[in-house]
Write a protein that binds this ligand. Structure first.
Ligand code: H2U
Ligand code: ZN
Length: 346
């Protein structure tokens, strides 16, 4: 990092077209504010009170089967409803009171029958099964909906409601805000440069080798140059691919490998089950012109300086620009120095 990067500066996020304020000199300020509680109590393999464990009854009254691998079910409290499940709502194009109809489906994915295993604690082969299920869901829901958002909220700090390792899928007939920004910016980049934004970016990051957290033949994980959250990462394919559905078997094997490694580093950073929200972004479905798209996954962890002190996105961030204290390079250096053996196994 050159000396000027210790000074306050702005960085541009080419995916969203937004700027972020970087203030590295602030990382030393004292902290007397809120602390999260680090929840590292030993969980049982099976919890009879958990509504996601195999064979247990869910809140909606249905019973989970005695599932043995990743298991997906329709969210009992779905945020989006299918056409038959709801009456058409009023469509209004008024400039000030504008609304439109929307349909979709929401599902929950239990990553494992084991109540106590988060993704980094699972075997690579079990993570691989989750990847297959994600890809199958993206294919199935992509036949019907324009956007299939696969995501995980991990840990109480990210509002996760149940410790049983699980993620979600919300499929919608509209393109959400984040997807729309990425669609516009990837299309503009292809038009201007004649190449793919994230493929160019992955190649440049590998050449620069300043922000890499993990890498293998098919994938690379970086703290993106424009990262907002302290230990935010971007998981990128090293090959052109627009959707999870199109990732080959061998590339899926390597994806499971890199996820195990990067998530282990996350847990090892503060020796805690590292909270984050993650999700996949791929080309919108039911669209013809998507050659500007490149598949990728974002990981947004809230923790800043320990298992209990998180980054608050508050005043300036809410009202002006996103802001970070430590630089992306500092975060990447910390993450890449960590072991790939999980701290609980040492
Ligand atoms: P979060 O922990 O990320 O909130 O995900 C849990 C989801 O599981 C949540 O969307 C659903 C909630 O609606 N759920 C069910 O569908 N059935 C249940 O019995 C409990 C929770
Ligand atoms: Zn459980």
């Amino acid at each position: 990092m050159n000396a000027t990067q210790h000074n306050p500066h702005r960085r541009y996020n080419p995916l969203t077209g937004e700027w972020i304020l970087v203030s590295p000199h602030r990382a030393l300020r004292p902290w007397q504010g809120a602390k999260e509680t680090a929840s590292d109590e030993q969980k049982p393999e099976y919890d009879e009170k958990c509504y996601l464990c195999p064979s247990n009854e869910r809140i909606g009254g249905e019973n989970n089967p005695a599932y043995t691998g990743p298991y997906v079910f329709k969210n009992d409290f779905a945020a989006l409803l299918m056409p038959g499940e709801t009456t058409p709502s009023v469509v209004d194009a008024n400039a000030l009171f504008c609304q439109e109809e929307t349909y979709g489906e929401c599902r929950v994915i239990c990553f494992s029958p084991r109540h106590d295993l988060s993704l980094p604690e699972m075997e690579v082969s079990a993570i691989r099964e989750v990847i297959n299920l994600w890809a199958d869901q993206a294919a199935e829901l992509g036949e019907k909906y324009r956007w299939v958002q696969i995501f995980e909220n991990k840990g109480a700090a990210m509002g996760c409601s149940n410790p049983h390792p699980h993620g979600q899928i919300w499929a919608s007939d509209f393109l959400p805000n984040e997807a729309t920004k990425e669609d516009i910016n990837q299309a503009a980049y292809l038009k201007k440069h004649g190449s793919n934004l994230l493929l160019d970016y992955a190649k440049s990051e590998i050449e620069k080798n300043e922000r890499i957290v993990a890498i293998n033949d098919d994938w690379v994980v970086v703290v993106p140059y424009w990262a907002t959250w302290p230990f935010e990462t971007l998981l990128l394919p090293r090959f052109a691919v627009q959707s999870l559905t199109d990732v080959t078997d061998c590339q899926r094997d390597n994806l499971a490998d890199i996820m195990k490694r990067m998530l282990t580093r996350y847990d090892n950073l503060f020796e805690t089950s590292f909270p984050y929200s993650m999700g996949w972004h791929g080309a919108p479905s039911l669209s013809e012109n998507v050659e500007h798209w490149q598949l990728h996954a974002h990981f947004y962890p809230p923790l800043l300086r320990s298992a209990t002190v998180k980054k608050f996105m508050v005043g300036y961030e809410m009202l002006a620009d996103a802001q970070r204290d430590l630089t992306a390079e500092q975060a990447a250096t910390q993450l890449s120095a960590l072991s790939e053996i999980h701290y609980t196994k040492k």
